[in-house]
Design a protein. Structure first.
Length: 197
Protein backbone atom coordinates (compact mmCIF):
# COMPACT_ATOMS: atom_id res chain seq x y z
CA UNK A 1 0.00 0.00 0.00
CA UNK A 2 1.44 3.36 -1.05
CA UNK A 3 1.65 6.22 1.38
CA UNK A 4 0.29 9.67 0.66
CA UNK A 5 3.72 11.23 1.23
CA UNK A 6 5.25 9.51 -1.85
CA UNK A 7 6.07 12.10 -4.51
CA UNK A 8 7.19 11.36 -8.08
CA UNK A 9 10.91 11.50 -8.81
CA UNK A 10 12.05 14.85 -10.22
CA UNK A 11 12.21 14.89 -14.04
CA UNK A 12 15.43 16.19 -15.58
CA UNK A 13 14.81 19.17 -17.85
CA UNK A 14 18.11 18.70 -19.68
CA UNK A 15 17.88 17.08 -23.11
CA UNK A 16 21.24 15.53 -24.08
CA UNK A 17 20.51 15.79 -27.80
CA UNK A 18 19.62 19.48 -27.64
CA UNK A 19 22.61 20.08 -25.39
CA UNK A 20 24.91 18.37 -27.92
CA UNK A 21 23.47 20.44 -30.78
CA UNK A 22 23.79 23.60 -28.72
CA UNK A 23 27.42 22.91 -27.82
CA UNK A 24 28.46 22.62 -31.50
CA UNK A 25 26.75 25.81 -32.67
CA UNK A 26 30.09 27.37 -33.58
CA UNK A 27 30.70 24.76 -36.33
CA UNK A 28 27.58 25.92 -38.15
CA UNK A 29 28.60 29.54 -37.57
CA UNK A 30 32.03 28.88 -39.10
CA UNK A 31 30.43 27.11 -42.04
CA UNK A 32 28.12 30.07 -42.63
CA UNK A 33 31.00 32.54 -42.55
CA UNK A 34 33.00 30.42 -45.02
CA UNK A 35 29.99 30.13 -47.33
CA UNK A 36 29.58 33.91 -47.33
CA UNK A 37 33.29 34.44 -48.09
CA UNK A 38 33.20 31.89 -50.93
CA UNK A 39 29.94 33.36 -52.23
CA UNK A 40 31.34 36.89 -52.30
CA UNK A 41 34.47 35.62 -54.04
CA UNK A 42 32.38 33.83 -56.69
CA UNK A 43 30.06 36.81 -57.05
CA UNK A 44 32.80 39.38 -57.66
CA UNK A 45 35.51 37.20 -59.19
CA UNK A 46 33.96 34.39 -61.26
CA UNK A 47 37.05 33.90 -63.44
CA UNK A 48 39.36 33.20 -60.52
CA UNK A 49 36.68 31.02 -58.92
CA UNK A 50 36.72 28.87 -62.06
CA UNK A 51 40.54 28.70 -61.95
CA UNK A 52 40.47 27.69 -58.29
CA UNK A 53 37.88 25.00 -59.04
CA UNK A 54 40.00 23.56 -61.87
CA UNK A 55 43.14 23.65 -59.70
CA UNK A 56 41.34 21.85 -56.86
CA UNK A 57 40.14 19.16 -59.31
CA UNK A 58 43.75 18.74 -60.43
CA UNK A 59 45.00 18.40 -56.84
CA UNK A 60 42.26 15.88 -56.08
CA UNK A 61 43.23 13.79 -59.12
CA UNK A 62 46.90 13.89 -58.10
CA UNK A 63 46.08 12.71 -54.56
CA UNK A 64 43.76 10.03 -55.94
CA UNK A 65 46.46 8.86 -58.36
CA UNK A 66 49.09 8.63 -55.62
CA UNK A 67 46.74 6.64 -53.38
CA UNK A 68 45.82 4.30 -56.25
CA UNK A 69 49.49 3.66 -57.08
CA UNK A 70 50.31 3.00 -53.42
CA UNK A 71 47.32 0.65 -53.15
CA UNK A 72 48.39 -1.19 -56.26
CA UNK A 73 52.04 -1.52 -55.21
CA UNK A 74 51.12 -2.61 -51.69
CA UNK A 75 48.71 -5.24 -53.01
CA UNK A 76 45.65 -3.77 -51.29
CA UNK A 77 43.52 -4.45 -54.39
CA UNK A 78 42.88 -7.58 -56.42
CA UNK A 79 43.79 -6.01 -59.77
CA UNK A 80 47.12 -4.43 -58.97
CA UNK A 81 48.05 -3.64 -62.56
CA UNK A 82 44.78 -1.88 -63.37
CA UNK A 83 44.90 0.05 -60.10
CA UNK A 84 48.44 1.26 -60.81
CA UNK A 85 47.45 2.18 -64.37
CA UNK A 86 44.43 4.11 -63.08
CA UNK A 87 46.68 5.88 -60.60
CA UNK A 88 49.18 6.88 -63.30
CA UNK A 89 46.38 8.19 -65.54
CA UNK A 90 44.89 10.14 -62.61
CA UNK A 91 48.35 11.60 -61.87
CA UNK A 92 48.83 12.69 -65.48
CA UNK A 93 45.31 14.18 -65.71
CA UNK A 94 45.69 15.87 -62.31
CA UNK A 95 49.09 17.29 -63.19
CA UNK A 96 47.70 18.67 -66.44
CA UNK A 97 44.66 20.16 -64.70
CA UNK A 98 46.72 21.71 -61.90
CA UNK A 99 49.28 23.00 -64.40
CA UNK A 100 46.68 24.44 -66.79
CA UNK A 101 43.72 25.50 -64.64
CA UNK A 102 42.61 28.20 -67.09
CA UNK A 103 42.27 25.70 -69.92
CA UNK A 104 40.58 23.03 -67.80
CA UNK A 105 38.27 25.55 -66.13
CA UNK A 106 37.27 27.07 -69.46
CA UNK A 107 36.69 23.71 -71.14
CA UNK A 108 34.74 22.44 -68.12
CA UNK A 109 32.57 25.55 -67.88
CA UNK A 110 31.87 25.64 -71.63
CA UNK A 111 31.02 21.93 -71.61
CA UNK A 112 28.54 22.35 -68.74
CA UNK A 113 26.90 25.38 -70.39
CA UNK A 114 26.66 23.63 -73.77
CA UNK A 115 25.08 20.58 -72.14
CA UNK A 116 22.51 22.82 -70.42
CA UNK A 117 21.88 24.60 -73.74
CA UNK A 118 21.42 21.31 -75.61
CA UNK A 119 19.04 20.04 -72.94
CA UNK A 120 17.02 23.25 -73.06
CA UNK A 121 16.75 23.18 -76.87
CA UNK A 122 15.85 19.49 -76.93
CA UNK A 123 13.18 19.84 -74.23
CA UNK A 124 11.74 22.89 -76.01
CA UNK A 125 11.44 20.97 -79.28
CA UNK A 126 9.78 18.04 -77.49
CA UNK A 127 7.35 20.38 -75.78
CA UNK A 128 6.32 21.94 -79.09
CA UNK A 129 5.94 18.53 -80.76
CA UNK A 130 3.77 17.21 -77.91
CA UNK A 131 1.64 20.38 -77.90
CA UNK A 132 0.98 20.11 -81.64
CA UNK A 133 0.35 16.34 -81.63
CA UNK A 134 -1.91 16.35 -78.60
CA UNK A 135 -3.65 19.68 -79.23
CA UNK A 136 -7.07 18.03 -79.22
CA UNK A 137 -6.48 16.24 -75.92
CA UNK A 138 -4.93 19.10 -73.94
CA UNK A 139 -6.00 22.63 -73.14
CA UNK A 140 -3.71 25.62 -73.45
CA UNK A 141 -1.45 24.10 -76.10
CA UNK A 142 -0.55 27.63 -77.19
CA UNK A 143 1.09 28.26 -73.81
CA UNK A 144 2.93 24.96 -74.10
CA UNK A 145 4.23 25.93 -77.54
CA UNK A 146 5.27 29.34 -76.24
CA UNK A 147 7.10 27.70 -73.35
CA UNK A 148 8.89 25.42 -75.81
CA UNK A 149 9.90 28.41 -77.95
CA UNK A 150 11.31 30.21 -74.90
CA UNK A 151 13.18 27.07 -73.88
CA UNK A 152 14.74 26.84 -77.36
CA UNK A 153 15.66 30.55 -77.32
CA UNK A 154 17.21 30.16 -73.87
CA UNK A 155 19.33 27.25 -75.12
CA UNK A 156 20.43 29.24 -78.18
CA UNK A 157 21.45 32.22 -76.04
CA UNK A 158 23.48 29.93 -73.75
CA UNK A 159 25.17 28.26 -76.72
CA UNK A 160 26.04 31.59 -78.36
CA UNK A 161 27.85 32.94 -75.29
CA UNK A 162 29.00 29.95 -73.20
CA UNK A 163 31.74 31.78 -71.27
CA UNK A 164 29.45 34.66 -70.35
CA UNK A 165 26.76 32.15 -69.36
CA UNK A 166 29.28 30.26 -67.22
CA UNK A 167 30.25 33.51 -65.53
CA UNK A 168 26.58 34.18 -64.75
CA UNK A 169 26.12 30.64 -63.38
CA UNK A 170 29.13 31.11 -61.10
CA UNK A 171 27.72 34.42 -59.90
CA UNK A 172 24.32 32.85 -59.24
CA UNK A 173 25.97 30.06 -57.27
CA UNK A 174 27.87 32.72 -55.30
CA UNK A 175 24.59 34.46 -54.48
CA UNK A 176 23.06 31.19 -53.29
CA UNK A 177 26.17 30.46 -51.20
CA UNK A 178 25.75 33.83 -49.48
CA UNK A 179 22.08 33.11 -48.75
CA UNK A 180 22.93 29.65 -47.37
CA UNK A 181 25.71 31.20 -45.29
CA UNK A 182 23.35 33.76 -43.76
CA UNK A 183 20.84 31.01 -43.00
CA UNK A 184 23.58 28.90 -41.39
CA UNK A 185 24.69 31.83 -39.20
CA UNK A 186 21.09 32.45 -38.09
CA UNK A 187 20.63 28.75 -37.28
CA UNK A 188 23.94 28.71 -35.39
CA UNK A 189 22.77 31.43 -33.02
CA UNK A 190 19.43 29.65 -32.59
CA UNK A 191 21.28 26.41 -31.77
CA UNK A 192 23.46 28.28 -29.26
CA UNK A 193 20.33 29.00 -27.23
CA UNK A 194 19.61 25.25 -26.99
CA UNK A 195 22.65 24.71 -24.80
CA UNK A 196 21.00 26.43 -21.87
CA UNK A 197 17.67 24.57 -22.25
Amino acid sequence: MSSTNDSPAPVSTENPILNAIGSTWWILLLRGILLIILGLYALFNPGLTLLAWAFMIGCFLIADGILAIVAGLAGWTESRGWTILRGVLALVAGGFAAGHPALIGTVGAVTVVLLIAAGSIFSGILEIVVAIRERKAIEGEGWMILDGVFSILFGIVLAMAPLFSASLLIRFSGGFAILFGLAAIYCAFQFRKLKSV
